[in-house]
Design a protein around this ligand. Structure first.
Ligand SMILES: Cc1cc2nc3c(=O)[nH]c(=O)nc-3n(C[C@H](O)[C@H](O)[C@H](O)COP(=O)(O)O)c2cc1C
Ligand code: SF4
Ligand code: SF4
Length: 246
């Protein structure tokens, strides 16, 4: 089984590609009860996630802490746009012991933060090279290579260890707003928020929690670009994997 969380589609593509190559199945972490999953020692358990502030997103950490892998070969593929810091080591040490962990460079999706590290050109370049890099990871998974931690940690990984605490403390939802004239009330934003921070009220989204993950899912996936985030998201390019692979 390959569990994944994906806000803008990169990780979902990775999980589905690996599943197709290994003859495995995928499950969206948002819709799966980890305590209902039972594995045998001869199975493989994959966990795929986007790196947030040099760690696994908190919902992925909470999910994986409840998994009982029963000696199954357990691996991580994390995707990222720049570098992962100690995300893999942190996962192995603090969340769930893994046999192997890989990183895959993918397009950036951080529109909520008012900047993206990629434009359309660099996005296309990353998407062009990703399949070949993923194929190499799949070959190593097929061999069940053990004790592997293979991801670009960045120029100063120790310096990023405190990023996650700062990031979640500052991730307040107050600046989110919806352009009611554009919104068609489809409910996609509320249905997919990983922390249930959005509720539909009178057919329009309302942010009902003070904090969220800034995953970009609501902003980037809205079919009408009706969601904004203060002044920061104005004119910012909103990435989704689907837009390039529709
Ligand atoms: C809140 C947030 C934090 C992120 N933090 C990092 C990071 O620390 N390092 C990095 O290289 N990329 C970071 N990214 C980029 C994503 O990990 C990357 O774009 C990922 O492929 C998105 O996956 P998805 O499309 O499955 O959601 C961050 C993105 C978001 C939205
Ligand atoms: S995804 Fe966009 S159009 Fe759909 S309900 Fe949310 S804001 Fe409105
Ligand atoms: S409210 Fe925050 S966590 Fe929820 S989908 Fe939007 S950016 Fe992601």
């Amino acid at each position: 089984m390959i569990f994944y969380f994906s806000a803008t589609g990169n990780t979902r593509w990775i999980a589905e590609t690996v599943a197709a190559a290994l003859g495995d199945q995928t499950a969206d972490i948002r819709k799966t009860d980890p305590e209902s999953c039972i594995f045998g020692a001869d199975e493989m358990v994959g966990i795929c996630f986007p790196v947030y502030a040099c760690q696994a997103p908190l919902n992925v950490q909470q999910f994986a802490r409840k998994l009982r892998t029963n000696g199954a070969f357990t691996y991580v593929i994390c995707d990222y746009s720049n570098f992962v810091g100690h995300a893999l080591e942190h996962f192995n040490r603090e969340v769930l012991p893994i046999n192997s962990g890989y990183g895959l460079l993918m397009p950036d999706d951080t529109s909520v933060l008012g900047m993206t590290y990629d434009d359309e050109k660099s996005t296309r370049e990353k998407l062009k090279t990703a399949p070949e890099r993923l194929a190499k990871i799949i070959e190593r998974l097929k061999k069940r290579e053990d004790h592997v931690f293979d991801a670009y940690e960045g120029p100063d990984p120790d310096a990023y260890d405190s990023l996650a605490d700062q990031f979640y403390a500052n991730a307040v939802t107050k600046p989110f707003f919806v352009d009611k004239a554009r919104c068609i009330g489809c409910g996609l934003c509320a249905a997919n928020c990983p922390v249930a921070a959005i509720a539909m009220q009178d057919g329009r989204p309302v942010w009902v929690k003070d904090h969220c993950y800034y995953c970009s899912g609501c902003i980037n996936n809205c079919p009408k670009e009706a969601i904004g985030f203060g002044d920061k998201s104005k004119g910012v390019y909103r990435y989704t994997w689907q837009k390039y692979n529709g």
